[in-house]
Design a protein around this ligand. Structure first.
Ligand code: DGJ
Length: 721
């Protein structure tokens, strides 16, 4: 790993683990994109620039690192600036570079990090637009142990005039070919993380959010793959944005058959005023290359995000098995009901009780009280601390739900501060779920929420927080900003949210935070930096979850994917699935229950005890092992995935069959990730099978009866032959 620099040829060869990325400065001063792919061992020489690029002066044909607007490149620009004189033309010319050991933090933004300087190197390229005095700093970090490159951009106004940034993307990459397919995640509420794959054609394929959150609809991720790419073969170029607000990812195929991918904050309804002396920092984009298919790309994101994006106590710590009362009680509960569920949970071996919505203000439905974060004494007569102490007295941790970014028009807070929500004077305030959004772009509001939550978390001694966010932004505007700054509001909101989360996680380092936005409405790397797990979807049906969890695993580590066993008929789709299958699906993620445990039969309790014990035995594999997708729920009736320990001595394979089929042939399932030289003992049998056979010939899938069936196999390696 390292960054090799040739000053004569102005060439920068960035080497991550097995990946090279090469930049060279064109004679006219533009940084050009020369190469990204398998690691090259040659260093930069005077001849590195692809020969035809040397002669090329037509900007529309040059592969650029951070393309400008208005001077001959008619493809998507990476940035746009409006100067005080109304002009939009800039010409950034390379000035110098800086090479750093390690990786600097991004001011005010979540980002990947290192713990030792030896884990990464960072290259900063500085460019300047002489006319305006604006400085652009392109930053690239390569990681020694990951095939990942983290990119971001910083603009600093060193001139004397105020500028308006209208577009600041985080990264742009030009590929000199167009035979790509795009793989990305689409969805909706209760249908998150569905994998889409389609060929790119001339024009722009756009993935974006304009909702103020990264969204259920499209996740801030895209992979460009060669048409033959599968799970374990083919070239993959992944792009993931560490950001939780409006984003855009464009894949543009132009008339010269080249493809430009650009990713960053969505320029839609965005601009940023930059006064002399001020800087603007873009979010980080994490680019991952895999020469061996989507599976390897996912494992790179998983290990990088789990160990160098997630932070805090729970980064490596096993996550507790929880029970959440939402689907068990919704808003209708009293202290007796909660205690009964907690008592049943403790008896079953569950480790954390989560009190969901409905415990505060006058909250008997979703029309009221957001903002009034003190307990409803009609439901909890002795208060929240007393309930927490009782739960903790049962040997369980105590978790609490909050939705602190919101305000109900019917709340004490709104009556005191009707101007605290995002709004535009003289316009109606659009409600969704009968609530409005607090204006987190305003510091005094963020400070108020910090104080309110701090005293709440302290008084109730909470061990876990479920942080919910249940609507998107409308009437985006902020009373504190000038007319020229109104389009900063959505981004300033996200910066305010990040500031708040930074302060809370620093003040309460022992609390496990779980991110939620009506399920996966803000399941993104930005939130993962503060909260190591996410409630993946409000859809808890085992069959629906196969697709949702399989899809989210494309980018997000399994330890981040919250998954619960719920009651049947399922509350979202009405399907009746066996408890064992619901368990196997949920145990393939960050495991918990979300049903009334007091209503389980004796037999069901027996199954739950088995599941809890099984998860405790295997959770190190699920939460920190390497994950392999074997059969896709998007392609057939059967789904399978497996977890393998880092030393490959242990593996856990899950298999799911949605509908029963007649006359099925004996199915052989080829496994992945095992050591071909090991011999594995197969759980539940007397069989020992060599790793190479399991990898290349496969293992026989046990016969499964009925619809919605599942099974699992645990493999343990005996010593080397
Ligand atoms: C939406 C969440 O996704 C659910 O899990 C639950 O917490 C409800 N909000 C509560 O209102």
């Amino acid at each position: 790993m390292g960054i090799i620099i040739n000053e004569d040829s102005q060439c920068f060869h960035l080497q991550a683990k097995d990946t090279s990325y090469i930049i060279q400065i064109h004679d006219a001063g533009y940084p050009l994109h020369v190469y990204w792919g398998r690691k090259l061992h040659s260093s930069c020489t005077a001849d590195d620039l692809i020969p035809h690029l040397k002669l090329q002066n037509n900007l529309d044909k040059l592969p650029q690192e951070y393309p400008q607007y208005g001077t001959g490149d008619f493809r998507n620009p990476a940035y746009q600036v409006e100067l005080e004189d109304g002009s939009r033309i800039t010409e950034f010319i390379y000035r110098r570079y800086r090479l750093l050991e390690g990786k600097p933090a991004l001011e005010g933004l979540p980002a990947t990090y290192v713990e030792l300087a030896s884990e990464a190197q960072t290259l900063e390229l500085e460019l300047q637009d002489a006319y305006s005095g604006l400085i652009m700093q392109l930053s690239y970090t390569v990681f020694a142990d990951h095939n990942a490159i983290a990119r971001s951009v910083r603009f600093c106004n060193k001139g004397l005039k105020t500028l308006q940034l209208q577009r600041v993307l985080s990264a742009s990459v030009d590929f000199g070919r167009d035979h790509f397919e795009a793989v990305y995640l689409s969805g909706a509420w209760t249908r998150e993380g569905h994998i889409q794959r389609r060929a790119l054609g001339p024009g722009i394929t756009r993935i974006e959010s304009r909702r103020g959150a990264s969204s259920h609809q499209l996740n801030p991720f895209i992979a460009l793959v060669s048409p033959n790419t599968g799970e374990d073969q083919g070239d993959v170029y992944g792009f993931s944005l560490v950001y939780s607000g409006n984003f855009v990812i464009d894949a543009e195929v132009d008339s010269m058959h080249s493809t430009r991918v650009s990713i960053g904050i969505n320029p839609f309804d965005f601009s940023w005023q930059l006064q002399p002396g001020e800087c603007f920092q873009s979010p980080e984009a994490v680019l991952v290359y895999s020469a061996n298919g989507l599976g390897e790309m996912s494992r790179t994101y998983h290990s990088l995000y789990r160990t160098r994006l997630c932070r805090g106590l729970y980064r490596y710590k096993e996550r507790p098995i929880l029970v959440n009362n939402w689907e068990a009680t919704y808003f209708q509960f009293d202290v007796g009901k909660l205690e009964a569920i907690a008592k049943a949970a403790a008896e079953l071996g569950i480790e954390l009780f989560v009190l969901d919505d409905g415990w505060f203000g006058n909250r008997n439905d979703d029309t009221t009280s957001l903002g009034d974060w003190s307990e409803d004494f009609r439901k909890l007569p002795n208060g929240l601390p007393d309930l927490a102490a009782r739960i903790q007295g049962l040997g369980l941790q105590f978790g609490l739900w909050v939705e602190p970014e919101m305000i109900s028009p019917d709340s004490e807070l709104y009556r005191r501060h009707p101007d605290w929500c995002l709004h535009v004077d003289g316009r109606r305030r659009t409600e969704a779920r009968t609530q409005l959004v607090l204006d987190y772009s305003r510091e005094e509001i963020v400070d108020y929420i910090f104080e309110t939550l701090s005293s709440l978390f302290e008084k109730a001694q909470v061990n876990y927080v479920k942080w919910d966010m249940n609507r998107n932004m409308t009437e985006i505007g902020s009373v504190n900003r000038s007319p020229a700054q109104q389009k900063e509001t959505a981004h300033r909101y996200i910066l305010g949210l990040y500031r708040l989360l930074e302060r809370l996680t620093a003040r309460f380092p022992h609390i496990l935070f779980e991110n939620c936005a009506s399920g996966g409405g803000r399941f993104d790397p930005g939130m993962l930096y503060y909260m190591p797990q996410t409630w993946t979807s409000d859809n808890t049906d085992a069959v629906e979850r196969l697709k949702i969890q399989f899809g989210m695993s494309l980018v997000y580590p399994i330890s981040a994917i919250g998954a619960h066993v719920s009651a049947v008929p399922n509350h979202q789709v009405g399907r009746i699935t066996p408890l064992s299958t619901r368990g196997d699906v949920a145990m393939s993620g960050n495991f918990g229950y979300e049903l009334d445990l007091t209503k389980l039969s004796k037999d069901e309790k027996g199954i739950v005890i088995q599941q809890v014990n099984q998860y405790k035995r295997f959770r190190h594999l699920v939460q920190t092992g390497n994950y392999y997708r074997l059969l896709s729920p998007f392609e057939g009736n059967d789904t399978s995935w497996m977890f393998v320990s880092n030393d490959r001595t242990e593996a856990l394979v899950y298999y799911f069959k949605v509908l029963a089929e007649p006359n099925v042939p004996v199915k052989q399932l080829k496994l992945q990730g095992l050591d071909p030289t090991f011999t594995y003992r197969v759980s539940g049998t007397n069989l020992t099978i060599t790793g190479d056979r399991l990898l290349h010939a496969g293992i026989q899938v046990p016969a499964m009866e009925g619809d919605f069936a599942s099974g699992w196999i645990y493999l343990l390696a005996s010593p080397r032959r």
